[in-house]
Design a protein around this ligand. Structure first.
Ligand code: KG4
Ligand code: ZN
Length: 335
């Protein structure tokens, strides 16, 4: 059975994983430099890049060892590495490492789009995936609604016109004096509060499936300045309800327009309790299967990159050694 090594370094996670061509995860190692960024309220690119340089070698070695492979001569079929989008200095560390290993071991490597990687994550946990599949991909850097007719075949129906959903969570958390990243804490508080106590608009941009969150963040700031007596838990609950409502309304719109057999969540915000509950309800209502990956598959990892790489190596073949990082590589441009 052929196995592929995946490498992911697009943001603050340094990750490596070995996956076989039946999409079984043989190992998955994730190290994060998040503790170094907390004090700054966001990922500091310079610090992230330095951390990747220090960590990439040991992380790859551990992933190979955990999969029972010889780290000097692992006998793998290829290497998949995130080549964009992401922080340029961070991407270059993973890409350079992948090229060096490819040369040393005499194996092909392929550059993978990070967002396409997220779309492959459900395949690693659920073998009963139903196509066509509608995926809501929401993270700290991206928010998209994607229609997939099969693995590797996707159409972006809509995306955020300003902030990503996770970014809005992090900014509102910062305004409320909560820690970074803010999503988990707002989600926790929201479950103790009452939605609607803070009067917020649900943003519905004109175009069919596009999303928008920056107006909502500003609305939270304005409303909390006006309604000073609203408890933090109620602010969190009101904000969370407004985010979920926008995302679920758009998803419903897409399900009404396109006949799909499954609906999936991906990205760090897929951990959100309101979103998960809403997607399960929506799937039941439309009689389709819901795919809610485990947390470790929602957030950045290298197994999903290896999975996308297995597909790309088969369909497109290896990348050239000259391949450069593409910090702004759009999912629409992956064909
Ligand atoms: O995918 P991810 O780990 O990193 C990238 O952005 O690529 O996503 C992190 C984002 C952060 O903005 C964080 O606040 C958000 O996901 N997040 C959540 C929850 N858990 C993490 N947002 C809402 N509810 C959560 N439970
Ligand atoms: Zn990601």
């Amino acid at each position: 059975m052929a196995v592929v090594l995946g490498i992911e370094t697009s943001c603050d996670e340094t990750a490596a994983s070995v996956v076989d061509d039946d999409f079984h995860v043989l190992s998955s190692v994730i190290e994060s430099s998040i503790d170094q960024h907390r004090a700054f309220g966001g990922v500091v690119p310079e610090l992230a890049g330095r951390a990747h340089v220090a960590t990439i070698g040991p992380v790859v070695r551990r992933a190979l060892n955990d999969a029972g492979l010889d780290a000097h001569d692992p006998g793998i079929a290829g290497i998949a590495v995130t080549s964009g989008p992401g922080l340029i200095g961070s991407l270059l560390v993973g890409l350079s490492a992948a090229k060096a290993y490819a040369l040393a071991w005499g194996v092909p490597f392929v550059g993978v789009n990070h967002l396409e990687g997220h779309l492959f994550a459900p395949l690693l946990e659920q073998s009963d995936l139903e196509w066509p599949l509608l995926t809501l991909l929401v993270s700290g850097g991206h928010s998209l609604i994607v229609l997939q007719s099969g693995p590797g075949h996707h159409e972006v129906l809509g995306e955020t016109i300003d902030d990503a959903a996770g970014e809005a969570y992090d900014k509102v958390a910062r305004w409320l004096g909560l820690g970074y990243p803010g999503g988990p804490e707002i989600d926790r508080l929201a479950q103790q509060g009452t939605p609607g106590k803070l009067k917020l608009p649900v943003s519905m941009t004109g175009t069919d499936f596009d999303l928008s969150f920056s107006g909502l963040k500003t609305a939270v700031v304005r409303a909390t300045q006006k309604q000073r007596d609203v408890a933090v838990a109620d602010v969190a609950a009101s904000f969370q309800a407004a985010v979920a409502e926008q995302l679920l309304r758009k998803l419903r719109r897409a399900m009404e327009k396109y006949e799909v057999r499954g609906v999936a969540l991906a990205g760090g915000v897929a951990a959100n309790s309101a979103l998960r509950a809403g997607v399960i309800r929506l799937a039941q209502e439309f009689g389709v299967i819901s795919h809610l990956p485990s947390m470790v598959m929602c957030t950045d990892n290298a197994a999903m990159i290896a999975a996308a790489g297995i597909y790309r190596l088969k369909s497109d073949g290896p990348s050239p050694m000259e391949l450069s990082a593409r910090p702004n590589w759009q999912l629409e441009d992956v064909t």
